[in-house]
Design a protein around this ligand. Structure first.
Ligand code: AMP
Ligand code: MG
Length: 344
């Protein structure tokens, strides 16, 4: 199949809608990462998404909507707190989990009796959902396990020949996937995956608990609230390690360990030995979120076999950066001050 890359503007909406209405799949931009879109109510279309990504069948998809009416068509019930959060954070990078109605296919939801729902902010994709009139299931448009795509070019790398259309909306503004929450009661939410809607932002409205799977390693057979958390994720081909410690200790570590095939994702303020390939991923947490996946992909393109990444701040959107990085690194952290190495 030939894969067409086309600018995501109003003239592309009809073509993209036709593909989705006839059971096909297409990649679309969102404010988080690019999504691989299909009609969430069409079991065959949803199966093609799992196939194109190589995604495990029990890892459920997020249903993207364009109106609260669509939410009511999916969710068996919506608590008042969910409505308040929707009013404040939608359209935007917040995914909420609801008990699902019976007509929502089990395949879309990885066999669970719940459905994850969000309203994306990207103008093209929001209009596309409106035009289609059904919710769009749209997991990240990467090969399962690889770093998520934050540009149309990244999608092309993974999906060329597998899908007919990639709608190019430029670089994604946040660069990490949405925050995923479920409701413990009408006053408290559990964060299953951190994102650009931060715990600090949610605390303005309710209590928050951060699920142990966000920063902890899960056993392969552990029972988890969010199946996606148990899989290896976001990983380039290179071996990734997180480096903890002062700028000086990190510089010393790189000097002693670097070979010609070593990459380093730092903040941009380190003195790096000549034989390390540098991909600074930003000084602020926002920049780090925006650049993390692209930098990991660049390290692979440069042929690096080992990539060291400087430990990010973990507050605000930094928690999302750290969550993705832990999985990309298989939870391997090196403390450059003590020389100790943790595999959590
Ligand atoms: P992706 O679409 O690749 O961004 O991944 C979606 C994430 O949402 C995965 O981590 C899923 O496990 C999680 N998710 C989707 N639906 C549900 C659900 N019904 N219950 C819990 N987690 C979900
Ligand atoms: Mg994904």
């Amino acid at each position: 199949m030939e894969t067409r890359l086309a600018k995501a503007d109003d003239t592309l909406l009809d073509e993209a809608a036709e593909i989705l209405k006839s059971g096909g799949i297409a990649a679309v931009p969102t404010e988080t990462v690019y999504g691989l879109a299909a009609n969430a109510y069409d079991v065959e279309a949803v199966r093609s998404v799992f196939r194109a990504k190589g995604r495990p069948q029990d890892n459920p998809l997020i249903l993207h909507i364009s109106s609260v009416d669509m939410l009511c068509d999916i969710a068996e019930s919506v608590c008042p707190l969910a409505l308040r959060l929707a009013e404040n954070f939608w359209p935007g990078p917040l995914t909420m989990i609801f008990p699902r109605k019976k007509h929502v296919p089990a395949e879309t939801c990885g066999g669970l009796d719940t459905a994850a729902v969000r309203m994306p902010k990207n103008g093209f994709t929001l209009k596309l959902i409106e035009k289609c009139g059904f919710p769009i299931a749209a997991p990240s448009a990467n090969t399962s396990g690889k770093p998520s795509p934050t540009s149309a070019h990244h999608v092309f790398e993974d999906m060329n020949g597998k899908i007919p259309l990639i709608a190019d909306g430029g670089a994604c503004s946040f660069g990490v996937e949405s925050t995923v929450i479920c409701f413990e009661n009408d006053e408290r939410v559990r964060i299953l995956r951190p994102g650009a809607v931060t715990p600090e932002m949610l605390r303005e409205f309710c209590d928050t608990v951060i699920d142990s799977g966000v920063l902890g390693k899960l056993e392969p057979d552990a029972k988890v609230l969010s199946p996606g958390m148990k899989y290896k994720h976001y990983s380039p081909d290179a071996e990734v390690y997180i480096l903890k410690g002062s700028t000086k200790a990190i510089e010393d570590h790189l000097k002693s360990k670097a070979t010609g095939k070593t990459g380093y994702l730092g903040f941009g303020n380190e003195a790096i030995p000549a034989d390390v390939v540098i991909f600074p991923y930003g000084r602020t947490s926002g920049e780090q979120a925006e650049n993390l996946f692209a930098s990991l992909r660049k390290a692979d393109e440069a042929g690096c076999t080992t990539v060291y990444v400087r430990m990010p701040e973990t507050s605000g959107i930094g928690l999302a950066v750290y969550n993705r990085l832990l999985r990309a690194a298989g939870f391997r952290i090196i403390d450059t001050e003590s020389g100790e190495s943790d595999a959590l």
